[in-house]
Each structure stands twice: as structure tokens, then as C-alpha cells.
Write a protein that binds this ligand. Sequence first.
Ligand code: ZN
Length: 172
Amino acid sequence: MAKLTILEFPDPRLRTKATAVSVVDDSLRTLIDDMFETMYAAPGIGLAATQVNVHKRLLVVDISSDKSEPLVLINPEILEKDGAIASDEGCLSVPGYYEEVERAEHIRVRFLDRQGAAQEMEAEGLLAVCIQHEMDHLEGKLFVDYLSEAKRQRIRKKLQKERRHQSAAVVM
Ligand code: ZN
């Protein structure tokens, strides 16, 4: 297993729209394992392939506190959504920022599992929020897109400044 590099806002590669996975094979399963390792190490509760610069429709989620509920969704599709829930969201690609976003409270989703078998599941609350957040990544969308333009610009400027400082430290 290998830890992957997570792209950070405003990296334009995060805006790429992912394409459907056509074959679920061992190389995809290796990517899935690497994504779990990367997500757990971060630590985070969800990671979309887009965030590790692989533009396939694939995401991993685990909202448990002890890594006991790993969930892989390949080619996820929301069949139904209802209700509304507002919660503070953060994102491994927007480190250090948490803002309130409103999402559907309950979703029904269809996807392929790590064996390539079609599955359907219902999710609500945090799990539903997390899946919707990760599915946005596959469309090139970030949670900061739900915020005001002014707020998004502030986050962008701050993150760019922090990164300039970081890279300066490396060359010196
Ligand atoms: Zn995210």
C-alpha cells in the first residue's frame, strides 16, 4: 500500500470531471487500498479519486472512529434524495477550513462494490453528507463552491500564501 498525495484547493486538477470506471480489476483495488490508507492517515472520513489526481468515478468513506466501516463506491449514482441537513464540513483538499453546507439528509445510492457487483444502499445524516460531498468531487465541485464568492476568495488567498511559505522553506 502507498500513501498518495492529496491535491489542494485551488489546484485546477480538482475541477476535472471524473469518467466512469469500466473495469473493476486488481489495479483498481490497489488504488482503493491506497486511497483508504491515504484517507486514514490524513485523517479523514472520505476521499474521492479526484483528490489524488485519478479522474475516475470512485470514492471511499469510513465515518466510524475505529476504521471499522470502510465503504467503497464505484460509479455512484444518487437514485433518491430527501430532507435537508446543515452541517459543518471540512475537506482534505481545503485543509483547516470548516463551513456550514446544506445537503439532503437522506439518500438512496446505487454503485459497484470492490468486486464490481451492483449494490444499492440508503444513507442518512453524516454518511449521507459525506457521500454527497465526495460525489461532488467527482464533478469537479468543492464544498467552498457553496460559500459566498468573498469567503471562497479569502480561503483561496490564505491557502496559496501558506503554500508559498512552505515551498520557500523547502528551497532554502
Ligand atoms: Zn472533500
